[in-house]
Design a binder for this molecule. Structure first.
Ligand code: 5RP
Length: 274
């Protein structure tokens, strides 16, 4: 691996922990102004807490301070809106643009088991071919789409395929037996958060994913749609980089809210003492 590739990867995965907290704010590329991202000013206080921002070029150009220390992983696939066939994506951003924006990585979705599967996989191959010429890491995003069964068998297939085609890291969803997904994938895996769930559940999911071998998160809605987005990103970060429990992380999140500890967290505490 050459210097450029290693250097860029070290801007995404902390050299201290080997893990990453990526903040995903790319949703508008197919969903439009979604809850929490209607005005991108809302995410600005979150950026210093993230290792990397997963974002489109339009938002980088219009809304991100170029003096930021947080690295950029640029979404380079797109095409359909939420009203169309999601899998009908192509590569829509050039490597030249990614370099101009000083991206530390580029990311695209693949749609294993869906319509356009073969085209999106071929697109990943083409993107990797070009990206490695410039030492640019490629993130493959798997299992997007409500109809996908998100179990270890399917996610294991999709993640392994992404790695075999040449992705340098993969984003997928957490599932039961996640160790099997990690075991079968020779490159680092980060988890997406998925749709907004209670903060306690999102922190438990993060803890389980890290314990199962995930290398971090690329999380969006469970951070920016939280009642305390800064508290939540700090809490997620404490799990990813410090290895604290969901219970400890919940206190970090709660530090900036008035929410009481949920019954499940109290139960977890009792279990720890048994
Ligand atoms: C959408 C994406 C998002 O970046 C990804 O889903 C992460 O965001 P969230 O945690 O909200 O699921 O790649 O295609």
């Amino acid at each position: 691996m050459d210097f450029g590739m290693k250097n860029r990867l070290s801007r995404i995965f902390s050299p201290r922990t080997g893990r990453t907290v990526m903040l995903a704010v790319d949703h508008g590329y197919f969903q439009g102004p979604t809850t929490g991202l209607k005005n991108m000013k809302g995410i600005l206080p979150l950026i210093p807490h993230a290792d990397c921002l997963f974002v489109t070029r339009g938002i980088v150009r219009t809304s991100i301070d170029p003096r930021t220390d947080t690295s950029i992983c640029l979404r380079v696939s797109g095409g359909p809106s939420i009203l169309g066939a999601l899998s009908n994506e192509d590569i829509i951003v050039s490597l030249e643009e990614a370099l101009r924006l000083n991206a530390s990585g580029v990311g695209m979705s693949i749609f294993v088991g869906a319509e356009n599967e073969d085209r999106t996989i071929a697109n990943l191959g083409r993107l990797v071919n070009e990206a490695v010429r410039y030492g640019m890491p490629v993130l493959a995003i798997t299992a997007v789409g409500k109809e996908m069964v998100r179990d270890a068998r399917y996610l294991g297939l999709a993640c392994r395929m992404a790695a075999e085609i040449g992705a340098h890291f993969v984003k997928t969803y957490y599932c039961e037996d996640f160790e099997r997904v990690v075991e079968g994938c020779p490159v680092p895996i980060v988890i997406a958060g998925g749709k907004k769930i209670p903060e306690w559940d999102a922190l438990l999911m993060t803890e389980s994913a890290i314990k199962s071998g995930a290398s971090g998160v690329d999380m969006g809605r469970n951070i920016f749609q939280s009642d305390s987005p800064v508290g939540m990103i700090k809490a997620v970060k404490s799990i990813v980089h410090k290895g604290v429990s969901a219970k400890e992380a919940y206190k970090v999140y709660r530090g900036s809210t008035k929410t009481s500890v949920p019954a499940e967290a109290e139960d977890a505490d009792k279990m720890e003492k048994v």
